[in-house]
Design a protein around this ligand. Sequence first.
Ligand code: ADP
Ligand code: MG
Ligand code: ZN
Length: 577
Amino acid sequence: MRGMGGISEMPGVTESEALSTLHRVFGYETFRGEQEEVIEHVVAGGDAVVLMPTGGGKSLCYQIPALVRPGTGVVVSPLIALMQDQVDALRALGVNAGFMNSTQDFDERRVVEAEFLAGELDVLYMAPERLRLDSSLDLLTRGKISVFAIDEAHCVSSWGHDFRPDYLTLSVLGERWPDVPRIALTATATHATHQEITERLGMPTARHFVASFDRPNIQYRIVPKADPKKQLLSFLREEHPGDAGIVYCLSRNSVEKTAEFLSRNGVEAVPYHAGLDAGTRAANQSRFLREEGLVVVATIAFGMGIDKPDVRFVAHLDLPKSVEGYYQETGRAGRDGLPSTAWMAYGLNDVIQQRKMIQSSEGDEAFRRRSASHLESMLALCETAQCRRGQLLAYFGQDPDASACGNCDTCLTPPETWDGTVAAQKVLSTVVRLQRERGQKFGAVQIVDILMGRRTAKVIQFDHDQLSVFGIGEDLPEGDWRGVVRQLLAQGLLAVEGDYGTLVLTEASGTVLRREREVPLRKEPKKPAGSKSGSSSGSRGDRKAKAAAAELPEALQPAFEALRAWRGEQAREQGVP
Ligand code: ADP
Ligand code: MG
Ligand code: ZN
């Protein structure tokens, strides 16, 4: 055996079967983190719940026990699209692996069944829905099983961001095979999820292994959104020329547009979203895995289970729905341990859009509450003036090593804060005036126009220049006002209502209006590099009404258009009591 010294290399001491399997089959020198402890525990027949970040090496935690213990290791995974790849990768290492899912025809499945029953399979991947079928369970009873692995175990949690009802039936495994060890694995580690996994999978006696969730080589940065595509382009040109990376967008349309934009500007980029045909998706994914320096622009449909070690950056052009999602997506960067960047552009419109999406969602009240709470945590991360890594780790219930990591934007350039109490009062009083004196509700654009004393067509149409609050906010530029509104929304001091994103007060708003509390706000950073001059350019104080729209930076135009569309609904807005 090669490599550094270790007790196993001392004469007369034989290495464990787990370690020799690591060397012989996988060709790695040493275990990482808690792998060894987990594996020894499961090989010995114990149940385990394993919380390890993306890229931490969860697969070996069940693959090695599957190889060391007699019988087939059955791996439950929701990642049907990746099963073929995973099986191919294992087969290339000489492991007898197979899978069973809905993409197979009858004959293909028969072959795998026969291999399983003959005891020829080391590892068998199964989609969770298969285990609802009596026929599948009966098949499993007729073979010999070494271990059950439940991968992506957070899918059992209805509190989590990726609930799969089929996971709920997996407790049957413990009931029918009490003597077969089970190992549940996930990269999602909030306390609630952890508890739900243990309860719902029926694993009260399992040992828990919680790895550190810190990814020290990832630099976390969240920048104010002005012209996101251009900001992204300068970020890539300045910091990651020729690097492979993933750019996440919320909609298929923006995925397409962004990929085109990057390609046009000399960055090789391909789109990936569920609306593309399967062939294109597979081709783009395998190009990303094989080529160097390709950028994939994708919706969140892309990435689960993707194992590419040298992803140098993950960029978000839209706000993720939860910290779990953000952490999982950014965790795809830098699996090789080399410096990588998690970069996100975030702005007022993200908040409005997400709040609207939650309100108009099909889900029930509980779903909406849960989504809202996920969003709150995400917003808190965006708006924090503290170390982002510290905030992330705290979210996952882990203590950071230090109060400042030195490798995130807030550590590198601590944001200034200012006393935004008066500004907050101005915004809230404008909302109150509209509501109480006029019985109207409006969105952020109109509120800012009123504050800044702009006689826009809409201001004139509604006589908003007659309001006592008209023009009380001439002291701040528009960008700052948008920042105030955004932070009030993020802090729950203001809320968004209805399909048109009108602003309304919350219970907490009263404490600000009554001067019972102060409102510390983050200063809006200086204009981001690469974007055109900020929103305050030239027009501060001048009241050329119609020019206001034209003067918005390009990136705000879509937002402005969307807000303008609400104007078509003015009649409705006016009708609001
Ligand atoms: P996870 O499922 O936790 O996201 P994977 O199991 O896919 O992570 O492993 C991520 C990468 O780390 C893979 O490329 C894997 O081969 C590699 N890896 C895992 N364990 C080790 C180890 N002990 N030594 C070297 N590389 C490892
Ligand atoms: Mg995995
Ligand atoms: Zn930090």
